[in-house]
Write a new protein. Structure first.
Length: 244
């Protein structure tokens, strides 16, 4: 049953021998999927994303994810690195929906490169995928199962992190071979401290205002608006949004 509903997720699970490994993400996956409906729903969405990848792209993503399937962060962030890698599938889908062809994951090298390369109407398209994760304070609160205050205003630290991520991605895109004539995209997934996303619309409006005042020339910015408990369709003036 699990293999039928989650064929590609099970391919990930089966990449490692999880018996006796406490840090394996997919340990007891079958049982937990049947017990926790929200987890099952989340992985159904992931399976649908994985199914959009062609065989070569899926193989590349699996190889990138492999080292992180048993690499649990000891500081309360769980398998954050694994999900940062898997989020690249979302950017692949975005490029596919744009009408791109020959979309591929760029092999990793000692020098940092963009994550994806594609072709669109004879033009090279480069895409760097970045995930902004929850703050250290929120990670600590969730790990210790203590309460935390959620504000409708993003803190200055968030915008500092956002600027740092955007500048790093811009450098990776511009330093790649042939980048001068390419269409360059930064695809961003933002995981806010507000776990239910009650203030999501407020946050994106604040980000939009920030980007309007701190423009990055020559780069397209796309945010992935993941479906959450308090879900809103988001639109921005200073960036594009892919709404689930």
């Amino acid at each position: 049953m699990i293999h039928y509903v989650f064929p590609r997720v099970c391919e990930l699970r089966d990449l490692v021998n999880e018996q006796g490994n406490p840090d394996a993400y997919f340990k007891n996956f079958d049982e937990s999927i049947m017990t926790w409906p929200l987890k099952k729903s989340a992985w159904i969405t992931r399976e649908q994303e994985f199914q959009r990848l062609d065989v070569d792209a899926w193989t590349s993503l699996k190889n990138q994810a492999l080292p992180y399937l048993t690499k649990k962060n000891p500081n309360g962030r769980g398998w954050q690195q694994l999900f940062d890698i898997l989020n690249q599938a979302r950017a692949y889908i975005y490029l596919d929906d744009l009408g791109c062809s020959c979309t591929r994951f760029i092999p990793t090298t000692p020098k940092k490169t963009p994550d994806l390369e594609a072709q669109l109407q004879g033009l090279k398209v480069l895409c760097e995928v970045k995930t902004i994760n929850i703050s250290d304070d929120e990670a600590t609160a969730r790990n210790s199962m203590t309460g935390s205050y959620t504000s409708k205003y993003l803190p200055p630290k968030f915008f500092g992190k956002l600027d740092s991520v955007l500048n790093a991605a811009k450098c990776q895109l511009e330093d790649y071979e042939g980048a001068a004539e390419a269409r360059k995209i930064i695809y961003l997934i933002a995981n806010f401290d507000d776990s239910f996303a009650e203030y999501k619309a407020d946050y994106y409006q604040q980000i939009d205002n920030h980007l309007a005042e701190n423009r990055i020339s020559g780069i397209e910015i796309v945010f992935h608006n993941e479906k959450t408990a308090f879900h809103s369709h988001i639109s921005m003036l200073s960036a594009s949004v892919f709404n689930e």
